[in-house]
Design a protein around this ligand. Structure first.
Ligand code: NAP
Length: 341
């Protein structure tokens, strides 16, 4: 028997879709996925697993950490009988973080949306059939693409795309660090790093931040943050560990060297849509296109999408959760129209 609905992704959009689908008796099955960008991190849960304090999710006046929020959403989904695809077919005990269940979370390798029921192929090549699919796979961090940047990132040589995950590591403590980017993430990361670093350089390619005013002010007010305007990183120096950055001024093209003990990239994200192999219509940046901006239907009937994989504008936990809710309701109504309840 095909599943009524399979949800791919386990950020705020995925778990909220699961909560709503489960409460609508759709018996959802979730492919929670494995984190790709941070191999050391074993929990699924999307970008919020890489965030310390979430201060803007309504309902938590004192804030909540990203991992706590995701664990709560997951437990709420499982409370209403959401099933999670795992290596051994057993639903993990999500109320017990020590049972090792997180290692069993399963990736969706591929989907076949060419005919219904749709086919969802797991990392172990098991094929799950589903009448409806909700895609909530989010987006992953971007890198500059420099050879030495990637080499040192892979070897643990002091280059990272997640300050919150790696900033507290001993190699960064008491060092002068650099963050690249001019958006809210760059400022959030730079601010976080000032807890451990002696100084943080924020390297931005323009003379104006993209970040919101409140975040920009936070950077300006922090005596440990120095913004280097109109600079791009053209090389990362160091054999086993990063020792310096080679910078180029975007105005006068002059090059300079900046000694640092760590480099953190905060230059945006790429939507996780490659596994779709072009089966759904995407926009120019690779985000899934919706047929109607107020709904969650995609270019293929029966396939719905929600969260950062769709949204390159708002990209907030609360907007993703809201879209997850909409996707579950859209899927429920569509399934009812098909006579599947
Ligand atoms: P973003 O707003 O897209 O900013 C990316 C930054 O990286 C931009 O400043 C961009 O420069 C720079 N950049 C991109 N490619 C680059 C390259 N190859 N080399 C050098 N610099 C490069 O991304 P984000 O900061 O990750 O934020 C994403 C969304 O999440 C935003 O809507 C943001 O408001 C939200 N967010 C909110 C919070 C919060 O409120 N606490 C925290 C984090 C994120 P240009 O400016 O020149 O394009």
């Amino acid at each position: 028997m095909p599943e009524k609905v399979v949800i791919i992704g386990s950020g705020p959009a995925g778990w909220t879709a699961a909560i709503y689908a489960a409460r609508a008796n759709l018996d959802p099955l979730v492919f929670a996925g494995r984190p790709k960008q941070m191999p050391a991190l074993v929990l699924p849960g999307g970008q919020l697993m890489l965030t310390t304090e979430v201060e803007n999710y309504p309902g938590f006046p004192k804030g909540i950490t990203g991992p706590e929020l995701m664990a709560a959403l997951e437990q709420q989904a499982v409370r209403f009988a959401t099933r999670i695809q795992t290596d051994d077919g057993q639903n993990p005990d999500v109320s017990n973080p020590d049972d090792g269940h997180s290692y069993k979370y399963h990736d969706c390798k591929h989907v076949d949306l060419s005919s219904r029921p749709f086919k969802i192929i797991g990392e172990d090549d098991r094929v799950i059939e589903a009448h409806a699919v909700i895609i909530a796979t989010g987006a992953t961090a971007n890198w500059l693409g420099l050879e030495n940047e990637m080499r040192l990132a892979r070897s643990g040589g002091g280059v990272s795309a997640c300050a919150v995950c790696d900033g507290a590591l001993p190699i960064f403590r008491g060092k002068e660090l650099a963050v690249v980017g001019g958006g809210d993430s760059a400022i959030e990361e730079a601010t976080y790093l000032t807890k451990f670093a002696s100084k943080v350089y924020l390297i931005h390619r323009r003379d104006q931040l993209r970040a919101s005013k409140i975040m920009a002010q936070r950077a300006a007010d922090n005596p440990k943050i120095e913004i280097l305007w109109n600079k791009i990183v053209i090389d990362v120096l160091g054999d086993e560990k990063i020792s310096a950055l080679r910078l180029r001024d975007t105005q006068d093209k002059k090059e300079s060297e900046l000694p640092v003990g760590g480099l953190f990239l905060a230059i945006g994200h790429t939507p996780a849509t490659a596994f779709l192999d072009g089966q759904l219509e995407l926009d120019s940046k690779g985000y899934i296109k919706l047929t109607d901006p107020y709904r969650t239907a995609t270019s293929i009937e029966g396939v719905f999408a929600a969260g950062d994989v769709v949204d390159s504008v708002y990209r907030q936990a609360i907007t993703a959760a809201g879209m997850g809710c909409k996707a579950a309701i859209d899927a429920e109504r569509w399934l009812a129209d098909q006579g599947i309840e």
